[in-house]
Structures are given as structure tokens and as C-alpha cells.
Design a protein around this ligand. Structure first.
Ligand code: 6PG
Length: 482
């Protein structure tokens, strides 16, 4: 009997996905560039299963049922191109290559188009959930050649995480690089969620002077509220974790955040598309600032920074902080969905936002109860342009605004950096302001560069130039928007 699917790449994610597929009754053919890895896997975790090995790409191809489905679980970038180039001559028309890495979506756009010319289908799929997700149920976000989906769907939906109603956290996202785009936004939101939690932690630790056990209890309690999520849950575990000397391990970890690029790509795309994705972008910059460790140490001394003490009833502050975190999180997701909407319109992807929320409901790093409410919001209005306008989320934003402002103001007053929580509030203030000061900005542009402006008392699209000083000419520059 031939194999149902081949997987190339036996690092931890690849191995775990294969074992997961095997558990669901699929016969998997496993290949790795180095043969020893195949042997180690077959004699180790895969021992006693139906998994078979392949020591060359030809052997892998020969051992698969048609149309062949070959999933690459290798490092994003050149390695994907290199395997694809080697595979294509061995494949038949209608065969399917799947890239399950964290690929930048323009690469997937390119690969889908290039392989289409050769009659090969290409799927670029986000896979989220880390090691454990891959093994027991990840969130899977596939996009690319739609013709390939019916063949891949049963396997992917079987191995994916399931919601509380047993719906698979995997569905077709859209054409081209849509799957990888949605996974990129997932990761951007992951950056935002993590940053928000760390801001709350710093406020509690430095401002309120709380112990790690106290903070752990707070996160345990928060996890029973609308904030219920995987990231809040692991934060409580981390805060309670003691090093061998009995001290909290988290305080021994260098405060310099790493990043592999997906958050940055999300920010770059937002700038390219003109979407105010402020919270995620602040979260990426917060990681950049954290990496300037030596400079920060020097600057703290140079500026003689004072300790950031927050006076007042601790319990009241903790509740205010919870509300600020929740409201900021709503803004972050609202911005993320705005970005997806713009990308969907620009690329003709026809994204189903409710389905995206459903795919993120389980298995992935940002999984949370909250995503069910997002799904409900898009069920009510599939074209919702701002998540915060949905009645459920609007209610939370309105109820939390006063506490959110207090936390933001206090953080500024005592000098606790909270870039994501404060920028989220600023965004909401801007978004709910009918008249912003951009009229003055337009006047400045016209003053120094004759860039023209539109008038509130004239139809849109009619442009005016004023000779502000009497010295300039009447010639205006061309009006265009980037
Ligand atoms: C996931 C994660 C994963 C990502 C890590 C690390 O969905 O399982 O998003 O894909 O690689 O979270 O990302 P950074 O190194 O950029 O923090």
C-alpha cells in the first residue's frame, strides 16, 4: 500500500506532524536530507507505527499515492525553493507540494504561480501551536492552489485542533499566499498579546511591588475571565516557576527579546497597505528597544531614573489593569482584522474572517475564548470594518475606557513603559474622532510644497492650492497618494 502523504524535514515540528497524521490513520512517508535522521526517527519515536522512511526524493515520490502530497517542514526561504526545484522533475501533473513553514507570503504567491505553469499544485500553509500543537492538534491555515485543497483537506482537518463544538481549526483560507498571510497576521497578533501581558507584568512588579506568587495568582484569576487564553495560562505557569535556588526563574532571564521576522513582516505590510496597525508595530519596536540592553543600562544611570511606585488600592489597580489589557487586546485584533480585510481586497482573496477566527480558536499560540466572540461578530456582519463596533466588543470598550485611561495615565506619570496599551488607547481616541488635525497638516504640505488640499465645503476629489505667503506661485505639484 502506498503512502497517503510525504513529509520532508524531521526537525521537531515535522516529526510531530507525522506522528499526528499516523495517529489519525494516514500512512506517512518521511524523508530528511540526512539519512541518519530518518533512521533515528524510524527507530525512535516512529517505532511500531505505520510510518515508512524514504532515503531519497525519488524513493519518496515512488512510495506515494497519486496525486502525491508532499509537505515541506523545512526552514523558510531558499531551502523551500531548493526542495521544490528538485521535486518538480520527479512529480506528475496534479501532484501537490505543501510548504508548512513560516514563509513570507510573497514567496508563496511566487511559488504558486511558478508551479501552476508546470501543472503542479502548491499550498502554502501556516501551522501554529509549537511542538505540542503539531503533535496533538495544531491550527492549520492553508492557501494556494484551490484545486489541491480537496485532496489535502481530510488529512489536515483530521490532524488539526478542534473547537469545543468539534469544528476543525483548519479551513481553506484563499488563493496564492493567503494562508501564509493569515499566519503572518496570527504571529503579529501573538507579538501584541505577549507584549500586552508583559506590560501588565511590569506594572504589577515595578509599580505595585507585587511578588511573583501574587502575580501568578492574578494571571490564574484573569484566565477565568474574558482574558482566558493560552498565553495568559503559560504566563501564570512561568511566574510560578522557581529556579534551583527557589527564586523565580523569569528574573534570571536576560531582558532582550528575540524575533524571527513574522511580526516585522506584519508591520511592513501594514505600512505598505496604509493600515494603522499601531499595537503590533509597537510590540515589534518594543522587542527592538529591549535588544538595546547595554544602552538602556547606561541611560538609566545617566537619567537617574526613579523607581516607578504606583500608590493606591492594589486590588483596584489590578482590576483596572485587567480591563486595560482586555480593551487593548480588542484593539489589537481589530487592527489585525483591518489589515486582513485590506489584503483580501487588494489581492482578491475573499477571506472569510469568521473562519479565520475559528481557525485560531484552538491549537495555535493565540488561542483564546475571545476568538469565539470574534467569530460571532463576523457571523453577524461578515463585512464588519472595525471589530470594536460589534455590540459585544463595543460594550467592553465602553465599560473599560475609564480604567484603561487611569492605567495609561499612571504609567506615563510614574514612567513605566506601556507602548502597546497606551498606543491602543490613542488609536481608539483617533478612530472615534470625526475631525482630526490633518487639516492643519494638509495646510503645511500645501504651504511648503504646493501639495494641494481638498475642502470640506467642496466635493471630494477637487484639489486647491493657496499662495500662503503671497510670494509663492499659483502652480501646484501633482496630487497623488502613496
Ligand atoms: C506559532 C508561532 C511560531 C513562531 C514562534 C517564534 O504559531 O506556533 O507563531 O510560528 O515561530 O512564535 O516567533 P518569534 O521568534 O518571531 O517570536
Amino acid at each position: 500500500m502506498k503512502g497517503d502523504i510525504g513529509v520532508i524535514g524531521l526537525a521537531v515540528m515535522g516529526q510531530n506532524l507525522i506522528l499526528n497524521m499516523n495517529d489519525h490513520g494516514y500512512k506517512v512517508v518521511a524523508h530528511n536530507r540526512t539519512a541518519e535522521k530518518v533512521d533515528e526517527f524510524l527507530q525512535g519515536p516512529a517505532k511500531g507505527t505505520n510510518i515508512v522512511g524514504a532515503y531519497s526524493l525519488q524513493e519518496l515520490v515512488d512510495k506515494l499515492e497519486s496525486p502525491r502530497k508532499i509537505m515541506l517542514m523545512v526552514r523558510a526561504g531558499d531551502v523551500v525553493d531548493s526542495f521544490t526545484d528538485k521535486l518538480v522533475p520527479l512529480l506528475d501533473k496534479g501532484d501537490i507540494i505543501i510548504d508548512g513553514g513560516n514563509t513570507n507570503f510573497p514567496d508563496t504567491n511566487r511559488r504558486v504561480a511558478a508551479l501552476k505553469e508546470k501543472g503542479i499544485h502548491f499550498i502554502g500553509s501556516g501551522v501554529s501551536g509549537g511542538e505540542e500543537g503539531a503533535r496533538f492538534g495544531p491550527s492549520i491555515m492553508p492557501g494556494g492552489s484551490p484545486e489541491a485543497w480537496p485532496f489535502v483537506k481530510p488529512i489536515f482537518q483530521a490532524i488539526s485542533a478542534k473547537t469545543e463544538n468539534n469544528e476543525p481549526c483548519c479551513d481553506w483560507v484563499g488563493n496564492d499566499g493567503a494562508g501564509h498571510f493569515v499566519k503572518m497576521v496570527h504571529n503579529g497578533i501573538e507579538y501584541g498579546d505577549m507584549q500586552l501581558i508583559t506590560e501588565a507584568y511590569q506594572f504589577m512588579k515595578d509599580g505595585l511591588g507585587m511578588t511573583h506568587d501574587e502575580m501568578q495568582s492574578v494571571f490564574i484569576e484573569w484566565n477565568k475571565t474574558e482574558l482566558n487564553s493560552y498565553l495568559v495560562e503559560i504566563t501564570s505557569d512561568i511566574l510560578g516557576y522557581k529556579d534551583t535556588d527557589g527564586e523565580p526563574l523569569v528574573e534570571k532571564i536576560l531582558d532582550t527579546a528575540g524575533q524571527k521576522g513574522t511580526g516585522k513582516w506584519t508591520g511592513i505590510n501594514a505600512l505598505d497597505m496604509g493600515i494603522p496597525l499601531t499595537l503590533i508595530t509597537e510590540s515589534v519596536f518594543a522587542r527592538c528597544l529591549s535588544s538595546l540592553k547595554d544602552q538602556r543600562v547606561e541611560a538609566e544611570e545617566l537619567f537617574g531614573k526613579k523607581k516607578s511606585i504606583v500608590e493606591g488600592d492594589k486590588q483596584v489597580w489590578i482590576e483596572a489593569l485587567r480591563q486595560a489589557l482586555l480593551a487593548s487586546k480588542i484593539i489589537s485584533y481589530a487592527q489585525g482584522f483591518m489589515l486582513m480585510r485590506e489584503a483580501s481586497n487588494e489581492n482578491g482573496w475573499d477571506l472569510n474572517y469568521g473562519n479565520v477566527a475559528l481557525m485560531w480558536r484552538g491549537g495555535c499560540i493565540i488561542r483564546s475564548a475571545f476568538l469565539s466572540n470574534i467569530r460571532d461578530a463576523y457571523d453577524i456582519d461578515p463585512e464588519l470594518s472595525f471589530l470594536g463596533s460589534d455590540s459585544y466588543f463595543k460594550g467592553i470598550l465602553e465599560n473599560s475606557t475609564s480604567a484603561w485611561r487611569k492605567v495609561a495615565a499612571k504609567s506615563m506619570e510614574v514612567g513605566i513603559p506601556m507602548p502597546s496599551m497606551t498606543s491602543a488607547l490613542t488609536f481608539l481616541d483617533g478612530y472615534t474622532t470625526a475631525r482630526l488635525p490633518a487639516n492643519l497638516l494638509q495646510a503645511q504640505r500645501d504651504y511648503f510644497g504646493a501639495h494641494t488640499y481638498e475642502r470640506v465645503d467642496k466635493p471630494k476629489g477637487e484639489f486647491f492650492h493657496t499662495n500662503w505667503t503671497g510670494k509663492g506661485g499659483d502652480v501646484s505639484s501633482t496630487t497623488y497618494n502613496s
